[in-house]
Design a protein around this ligand. Structure first.
Ligand code: KG4
Ligand code: ZN
Length: 348
């Protein structure tokens, strides 16, 4: 079965073709970064309008890349939530009506399930069961995964998501949107020994997170450095603060993931969502787990952030299990992952 995947939940238009036999045939992503950069964050209405502009050309591009035509599409998967409702509506309306016009089934996909299953697109796909760390702009969750749709939330952020903390701290440091990757590049030049940020909620039991205090810590550190330097801090100081912030987030995530693996007795960890593209996180997590005889899996960087491939793949999994979306589709801005229907028996 060849599934066309359409992702429009936020500021990236993603389209892909996934084939049950041959894997990912082609994918294309159009990022709206330049549109939102001048506002310092995503403007929902501008996002929706740009998805309208880019979705069809991207579908044509992906079909061309795969050397296929629209009659080769056996099913359509689109992101049905969670996300910006206007942006979701664009992909859902297009995906559902395209499937209707082609006379093929359609399925609405949960965006975070897409992220969670993305590592399964890679050659070294992890087997179930595993613990997943979902770290994106809107979510930070530790999930015990015993199959497709079998998700038990072990812990989550009580305030800012990890990506949100990166973006807000980047703003404090005067960096451009989207802050995560920019801050991370700056951090590479930073001295990790100059400042030390707290590791929130690691000194007590549990698997929840809290990242909002770190941006305040970054702001206070910056203000103190400015006061010492009479208002004009140098580039190195900014890099040192970025480094200290990144180290604190990475360290906290590593501590909580190791704890989750110990508590569940799982051997494999899957990292997914935009922040899993972070090089320092990938390196540190890989080292820490290898030292314990455990494995860390992550998708290639372009499949960590929003993309159509993960939606096509998650859609394929659900279509195989007989799921279809009625003509009356309903995108959801909020959608707890535990509400998803399990596919197949639990693997424990
Ligand atoms: O999964 P994603 O593309 O969209 C959501 O579903 O939210 O994640 C976007 C988030 C943003 O907060 C972005 O700053 C962050 O992921 N991000 C990163 C990196 N690349 C993306 N954060 C830290 N380091 C990166 N290399
Ligand atoms: Zn995402």
């Amino acid at each position: 079965m060849r599934v066309l995947g359409i992702e429009t939940s936020c500021d990236e238009t993603g389209v892909a073709l996934y084939d049950g036999e041959h894997g990912l045939l082609a994918h294309a992503i159009y990022s709206q970064i330049p549109i939102h950069a001048e506002y310092g964050g995503v403007v929902p209405e501008l996002a929706s309008r740009d998805h309208v502009r880019k979705a069809l050309p991207l579908i044509r591009e992906v079909l061309d890349k795969a050397e296929l035509t629209r009659t080769d599409i056996d099913a359509v998967a689109f992101t049905a939530g969670p996300g910006l409702i206007g942006a979701l509506l664009v992909g859902a309306a297009l995906g559902r009506s395209l499937a209707w016009a082609l006379g093929v089934p359609a399925v609405g996909v949960h965006h975070m399930e897409g992220h969670l299953l993305a590592p399964l697109l890679e050659d070294s796909a992890p087997a179930f069961p595993f613990v997943a760390l979902l770290v994106s702009g809107g979510h930070t969750q530790l999930v015990d995964v015993t199959g497709v749709g079998r998700y038990r939330i072990l812990g989550e952020s009580l305030d800012d998501a990890a990506g949100e903390a990166f973006d807000k701290t980047a703003k404090i440091l005067g960096l451009s949107y989207p802050g995560g990757p920019v801050l991370s590049r700056l951090a590479e030049q930073g001295d990790p020994t100059r400042y030390r940020f707290p590791r929130p909620m690691t000194d007590r039991p549990g698997l929840d997170f809290s990242f909002s205090g770190l941006k305040t810590f970054a702001l206070n550190t910056l203000r103190e450095a400015e006061a010492e330097a009479d208002g004009a801090i140098d580039a190195q100081t900014r890099a040192d603060i970025a480094r200290a912030f990144e180290e604190a987030v990475v360290d906290t995530l590593v501590i909580k993931c190791r704890r989750a693996l110990r508590e569940t007795g799982r051997r494999r960890l899957v990292l997914a969502g935009g922040v899993s593209a972070n090089r320092r996180l990938r390196a540190r997590m890989g080292e820490a787990l290898a030292a314990e005889g455990r494995e860390a899996h992550y998708p290639r960087p372009e499949l960590c952030t929003d993309n159509g491939a993960m939606i096509a793949y998650a859609g394929w999994q659900r279509l195989n299990a007989g799921a279809t979306e009625p003509l009356l589709f309903k995108p959801r801005a909020r959608w707890p992952m535990e509400e998803l229907q399990p596919v197949g028996p639990a693997i424990i």
